[in-house]
Design a binder for this molecule. Structure first.
Ligand code: FEO
Length: 399
């Protein structure tokens, strides 16, 4: 099939040369990609040296090489490696094979991880320190260590002459779009970027606060991530991140549930209504066919999480257990958790789910577990749980 390169010039001597993956639907076998993604790579031509920022997923290295050829690139001096994960570095061995004199510029931690993950030798590397710069002649690249966005080695690069921050996963969005810049698509990009933050960065929220503090003194007119479009109004995404990483929670309950024979479902319906009548927003997810990205996004803000599960073989339903495991791994800033559900003859579900949520620094509110189909007393307990959630939210001044 004939493929055409669309020249993606950002500014004079700066180009986006990576690949758009319109058809990708899953990342890491876990994260749904409803809108595809892109693996951005940036070429910067200085008066003396040429640098390539990030080296795309191996599946898109053909696009990368085609774009470099179209631009007449016959020499690369530096390949800046922000992050060892294969979607930005998997193309590195092929880039080094094509441009054998190029140095891979990265920090010690990323260098070590790259050598562990792919066939590269120590002689390919130039190791830099936090804050260090390299010169391309009329342009200088300053490296800012921004760990845990999303692995421990991650780096951003600031091009001061053009006031561009190249941020790799940080501020990124899984969004395949023909737009190079966000422009007036901020509403859609907000959702995609929030989904991305929730899925891979939320557990490192406190470290991201420090990363934001490091970049705030810089005069940034553009943020160029390695997934999704470039932010031509960077304050939009920086403001969004400030909100997501803040300690503030919203007057919301994430109510994730699964039901086998409608007992748990009846309890979920009752609690939903009880919370609504108390002015509390309910974000409700049926775990039968869940979009984990949507759940993760809801967890960014909610003050409370309630898990609904029937008992299956004495334990929580496996899909509810999975939701608890996922929530625990994402470590949202949720303040209160609880559980509702049902059992036939015996259940260890509450104990099991409490164990699965052991990393959560949240207060457990009294669970409501019904024997069989919920009776009036069970429904009353759900009203009491809603009262308790309201009181807790009031104590945070959000209700
Ligand atoms: Fe886009 Fe952590 O890789």
């Amino acid at each position: 099939m004939q493929r055409f390169f669309i020249m993606r010039k950002i500014k004079t001597d700066i180009y986006e040369v990576g690949g758009i993956d319109w058809d990708a639907r899953m990342f890491d076998g876990l994260i749904p990609l409803p809108h595809g993604t892109s693996y951005n790579s940036y070429l910067i031509r200085g008066s003396e040296k040429t640098a390539l920022i990030d080296a795309v997923d191996p599946r898109k290295r053909g696009d990368l090489f085609r774009h470099l050829k179209e631009l007449g690139v016959d020499k690369i001096d530096y390949v800046i490696s922000h992050h060892a994960e294969q979607d930005h570095s998997g193309g590195l061995p092929a880039v080094i094979e094509r441009f054998p004199d190029a140095k891979i510029v990265t920090n010690q931690k990323c260098r070590d991880m790259l050598i562990d993950l792919m066939p590269l030798t120590v002689k390919n590397f130039t190791v830099i320190e936090d804050g260090q710069s390299i010169s391309l002649g009329n342009k200088n690249l300053q490296f800012i260590f921004t760990p845990w966005v999303h692995w421990p080695e991650t780096i951003s690069t600031y091009l001061g002459e053009d006031k561009i921050l190249f941020s790799c996963d940080f501020f990124g969005s899984h969004y395949a779009t023909s737009r190079m810049f966000v422009g007036d698509d901020e509403g859609f990009v907000y959702q995609a970027a929030k989904r991305y933050y929730a899925e891979i960065m939320m557990p490192f929220r406190n470290i991201i606060k420090r990363n934001l503090a490091k970049i705030e003194p810089l005069d940034i007119r553009m943020i160029a991530p390695s997934h999704g479009p470039i932010y031509d109004r960077p304050e939009f995404i920086v403001e969004a991140y400030r909100d997501w990483i803040s300690d503030d929670v919203k007057n919301e309950v994430v109510l994730a549930f699964i039901s086998m024979h409608h007992s748990t479902e009846a309890m979920v319906d009752k609690l939903t209504e009880a919370l609504m009548t108390r002015g509390i927003q309910v974000k409700r997810f049926d775990l039968t066919e869940p979009d984990t990205g949507q759940i993760a996004m809801a967890l960014v803000d909610a003050a409370t999480v309630v898990l609904g599960s029937p008992t299956m073989l004495g334990q929580a339903h496996p899909k509810a257990a999975y939701a608890a495991l996922l929530t625990n791994a994402l470590r949202p800033k949720t303040r209160f958790i609880s559980m509702i559900g049902s059992f036939g003859w015996g259940s260890q579900a509450v104990k099991q789910v409490s164990g699965l949520l052991s990393s959560m620094k949240a207060e457990m509110l009294e669970p409501v577990i019904a024997k069989g189909y919920p009776n009036d007393a069970d429904m009353k307990k759900l009203d009491e749980l809603a009262d308790s959630i309201l009181e807790k939210h009031k104590s945070l001044d959000i209700a």
